[in-house]
Ligand binder design. Structure first.
Ligand SMILES: [Zn+2]
Length: 396
């Protein structure tokens, strides 16, 4: 179920449970979780949630119709809307700031209709808006509770527990690197930023964040590869040869190195499926290689879509955008004492971001690398949750 729900495409991934059809599970970004507005002690309301309930008509006694239920964000709080579709009538929409509030007038109408027709009451007093939304349905609840970042909630009573392993990697990636053939994937956290100033490997200033004024609404920064400086220097022929043969092997074998699971650090994380040797290539950070200007535009678009943003700066001009067409490497969390490092490696005809083990990594260990955010005037400090003995406490 979790795997099916991680997709972004409502049409393709509808999950049918009785009279409910779930189109999209939605998600909560860190700021939404921290605000406390999107959950109570009994329910969680993911933004973007979309489901169709087949339920009794408000107009005809023996007829059922479709109620499209959705959760959006409005001014920092959830907004619930239900659209009624009934043959022969125009669609009718209802909106409320509570889940029960949006369904109550509909339930009252159905109740009145049925009692005037002398039919038995269908206990509308006991059925809640959350029930009709499907939020109390066990399969959906289990998936909602395992959404990244929610494990920190202290005032919510988990029914299924906060740290679940996702048994199968919900992301099949196409290691050919052909963006269009890769499936779309859901994103959760902004781990990177298109607008960060990166000190140039060649010693001149890069595109400055100041020339693109922006507002931070999420955690959003660029990862920086370790070897940004080194990558500009020529590799010896021997070295580049061994790198490219290693890379060739990586493209077919990376799936044997990693699995996706609930992280101890935050949300989802990537773990070692087998012991990994020091300096071995673990996985490629795959995405679409785009220019700064495109990255800036996309960042705004993604934010407006309430997506997490996953971008990795390749150099001064180019950024790897893993937000839509990315691989599981984007789920690797930051640590101040990481077991991996990210390096830009020149292989074949391109520059690739490769995650390498920087020591021997034991099977089952969570993989981490140092994101190396280097903000100077960042408006918001991001606390580090890596838990390493020498944690720097802040990620930027
Ligand atoms: Zn740390």
């Amino acid at each position: 179920v979790a795997a099916a729900l991680l997709s972004d495409h409502p049409e393709e991934t509808s999950l049918r449970i009785g009279s409910l059809e779930l189109h999209r599970l939605g998600q909560l970004l860190p700021a939404q979780i921290a605000s406390g507005q999107f959950h109570c002690s009994r329910h969680i309301y993911p933004v973007g949630y979309l489901a169709t309930r087949i339920y009794w008509s408000c107009r005809y006694t023996a007829v059922r119709c479709r109620y499209l239920c959705r959760i959006d964000e409005r001014e920092g709080a959830p907004e619930f809307s239900v659209t009624v579709s009934e043959t022969g009538h125009p669609d009718e929409s209802f909106t409320s700031d509570t889940c029960d509030g949006v369904w109550r007038p509909l339930l009252t109408r159905i109740h009145k209709l049925r009692s005037s027709a002398g039919l038995i009451n269908m206990f509308p007093d006991h059925i809640t808006g959350e029930d009709l939304y499907g939020l109390t349905e066990p399969n959906i609840l289990r998936a909602v509770e395992s959404l990244p970042g929610l494990d920190v909630l202290k005032d919510y009573a988990f029914r299924f527990g906060r740290m679940q392993l996702i048994p199968e990697m919900p992301l099949a990636i196409n290691p050919t690197g052909c963006a269009r053939s890769e499936p779309k994937m859901r994103t959760y956290f902004c781990k990177s930023h298109a607008l960060q100033t990166v000190s140039s490997a060649r010693g001149h200033p890069s595109q400055s964040a100041a020339s693109h004024p922006h507002h931070h609404t999420h955690l959003a920064h660029h990862h920086q590869p370790d070897s940004l400086a080194q990558s500009a220097a020529p590799y010896s022929k021997q070295y580049s040869h061994s790198k490219s043969s290693q890379y060739k092997r990586l493209r077919t074998e990376w799936q044997q190195n990693v699995y996706l699971g609930r992280s101890r650090i935050q949300g989802l994380g990537l773990f070692a499926t087998r012991d990994l040797e020091k300096h071995s290539m673990v996985i490629e950070y795959i995405g679409e290689v785009i220019r700064n200007e495109i990255a800036n535009k996309r960042e705004k678009l993604y934010e407006s879509q309430n997506r997490g943003i996953y971008m990795f700066r390749l150099d001064d001009d180019w950024i790897v955008d893993a937000t839509i067409c990315g691989g599981p490497a984007r789920y690797i969390n930051h640590s101040c004492q990481p077991n991996c490092s990210a390096e830009v490696v020149d292989v074949d005809r391109g520059r690739k971001i490769i995650i390498l083990a920087n020591r021997r990594v034991k099977k089952g260990e969570e993989l981490t690398y140092d994101y190396k955010f280097d903000f100077e005037d960042s408006g918001s400090k991001i606390p580090c949750l890596c838990g390493a003995p020498h944690c720097r406490k802040w990620m930027n």
